[in-house]
Design a protein around this ligand. Structure first.
Ligand SMILES: *Cc1c(COP(=O)(O)O)cnc(C)c1O
Length: 392
């Protein structure tokens, strides 16, 4: 089975580039050169040296002994939470800012919902000395005020999107309009394995460093590159893609995606796209989408701002259909419980997103000899209020 994107930008029936005519030129430019640039020695060297000295890679693969004892299997945590800026998102934005520089772009735009991708983008723009404009729904700028402050401190301009529902999809629309007006000098940094081709493939390649490291680290610790399971949470799918990438064609490694079901799959307050989604188009690609019968997007919900996305990257729609990845839904209650448990057992406060992956451990039929890698996508400093107030 082939899980790579084909030359038309599709994974099986999903993917492609469903974009307005006016964006055709921008997307073509990127499509025609991203692989060539990424294969240049100069790009590879700069990328890997920044990952090492700026981000702090390789991130440790930590054997969580007390958690393992409780689960009854050997659990390793891939510590993306220890990266600069506190999550995996920086791996991608570092790569895209280098691409922007190679293309001679002098300005960057991005959209952000919870603000995590906005912060990661503002960070690399400061690093590269490139102008940065972040579009964010006006309502989100109020809900996520600390991240707005961070972006501003890093030198970015934050533009509140005031149209429509004043949330992520409106920010996306306004960012796209900006890109159409400023195609010459502006690079659009997308934050997950979503959007029109070639973005899903580009982001997948940049995040694949995670599984490259897991292979090496596990070989050192266990004399085999292959665990029995790899578990990751899925919003758009970028941290999961990073953790799964070099294992997609190794069927003996079971790949598990933790999806946020919010208050429950049938509660009307959910983000479980794999269960209630149907094929449709969102953010420029064909994938599984939470939508009504007449194609209106259903507003997603999860306690975790990073997972309440009404679609999933096209690669995930494909991996789900081909059954290469098993999707397990996790409720808010289950995630918060698993997150608090990790604090007490290991002294690590995980992001609420990552807590969804941890909650899967209780649901696997494991045996004592099993090796499980959980991708700990981010740290939970941003989620203190959520943890503290949840059960009170
Ligand atoms: C953004 C985010 C996610 C969800 O995004 P993916 O593209 O699915 O990885 C998960 N965990 C953390 C910590 C995040 O910041």
């Amino acid at each position: 089975m082939n899980y790579q994107v084909n030359e038309n930008g599709f994974y099986g029936e999903f993917g492609g580039a469903y974009i307005p005519e006016m964006l055709h030129h921008n997307i073509e430019e990127l499509k025609n050169c991203y692989l060539e640039i990424m294969q240049k020695e100069s790009f590879k060297q700069e990328f890997s040296s920044l990952l090492q000295d700026y981000v702090g890679r390789p991130s440790p693969l930590y054997h969580a002994k007390r958690l393992s004892e409780k689960i009854g299997a050997k659990v390793y945590l891939k510590r993306e939470d220890l990266n600069h800026t506190g999550a995996h998102k920086i791996n991608n934005t570092i790569g895209q800012i280098l691409l922007a520089k190679h293309l001679g772009k002098t300005r960057v735009i991005a959209e952000t919902g919870a603000g995590q991708h906005g912060v990661a983008t503002a960070t690399v723009c400061a690093l590269a000395g490139i102008d940065c404009v972040i579009y964010m729904g006006e309502i989100d700028t109020q809900r996520q005020a600390p991240n707005v402050e961070r972006m501003k401190l890093l030198g970015a301009e934050v533009k509140p999107a005031t149209s429509g529902s004043k949330t992520l999809k409106d920010a996306t629309n306004e960012a796209i309009q900006d890109w159409v007006r400023n195609a010459e000098d502006t690079f659009y940094i997308i934050g997950s394995v979503v959007g029109p081709h070639p973005y899903p493939d580009l982001v997948a390649r940049l995040q694949s460093v995670i599984s490259e490291e897991i292979k090496k680290q596990l070989t050192e610790k266990e004399k085999t590159p292959n665990p029995d399971y790899i578990v990751a949470c899925v919003g758009g799918g970028s941290n999961a893609t990073g953790a799964f990438y070099h294992y997609l064609n190794t069927p003996e490694v079971k790949l598990i995606a933790a999806e946020a079901s919010g208050k429950g799959v049938n509660s009307g307050k959910t983000a479980a796209t794999s269960v209630i989604g149907t094929p449709g188009i969102i953010h420029g690609s064909k994938t599984m989408v939470m939508q009504t019968e007449d194609g209106q997007i259903i507003e997603p919900y999860s306690v975790s701002a990073g997972l309440d996305y009404p679609g999933v990257g096209p690669l995930y729609a494909h991996l789900h259909k081909e059954k290469r990845v098993e999707f397990i839904t996790i409720t808010d209650d289950e995630a918060i419980t698993a997150g608090i448990e990790l604090c007490k057992l290991e002294g690590i406060i995980p992001a609420v997103e990552s807590a969804h992956a941890l909650a899967v451990l209780d649901k696997l039929a494991t045996k004592a000899s099993d090796i499980i890698v959980v991708n700990l996508s981010g740290r939970g400093d941003k989620d203190l209020n959520t943890y503290t107030n949840y059960f009170n």
